[in-house]
Ligand binder design. Structure first.
Ligand SMILES: [Ca+2]
Ligand SMILES: [Ca+2]
Length: 177
């Protein structure tokens, strides 16, 4: 026989749990996720920063570009690879649809990526970083929470632990921040 007090209490607890975090009741940390062609992007806005985790199907470099017009063109590109236990991550810009360059080599540009880390397993590489929503750098793209942006995913050949070799895969999608 049901004890109605316990049933009522259980219903109340469930209601409190689900109304306590109304943005995304199934992810208390509010990470958003999108996947395309073997890439997985996780992101969340934290104050004036964007926290990002990118996993891609290569043991070489992986990259994500935000807010471009077509593929890499005019996108703020963050590229990284893992060599040994070290993650190397660089802040780039999409010169055209399939060319990127370090912000440091572009006039007035600077590196705007922090909290860099990464790992590699089973032929996949994951990089993690934080970047300002609006760095003020001409070679980044100012992002606004709630807006939609083109996203490009790119990766190099397996074992290509560098920032400059040709890509193996490039694909695009869009997200709402
Ligand atoms: Ca920059
Ligand atoms: Ca950039």
């Amino acid at each position: 026989m049901f004890n109605s007090k316990y049933v009522l209490l259980s219903v109340l607890i469930i209601l409190i749990l689900f109304t306590g975090c109304d943005e995304n009741p199934f992810d208390p940390n509010n990470w958003n996720t999108t996947s395309k062609d073997g890439f997985e992007l996780k992101w969340r806005v934290s104050g004036s920063d964007l926290e990002v985790e990118l996993e891609g199907p290569s043991s070489g470099w992986v990259a994500v570009g935000f807010g471009g017009s077509y593929l890499m063109h005019d996108a703020n590109i963050i590229i990284g690879y893992v060599s040994g236990s070290s993650a190397h991550i660089r802040d780039d810009f999409g010169i055209d649809s399939n060319t990127h360059e370090s912000d440091s080599n572009l006039q007035g540009g600077e590196q705007n990526v922090s909290d860099k880390s990464g790992s590699e397993s089973s032929g996949n590489t994951e990089i993690r970083f934080t970047t300002p929503l609006d760095s003020g750098d001409l070679w980044d793209v100012a992002l606004t929470e709630g807006q939609s942006y083109n996203i490009v995913f790119i990766c190099g050949e397996d074992g290509a632990d560098d920032f400059t070799s040709d890509y193996k895969t490039i694909t695009s999608t869009s997200i709402t921040l």
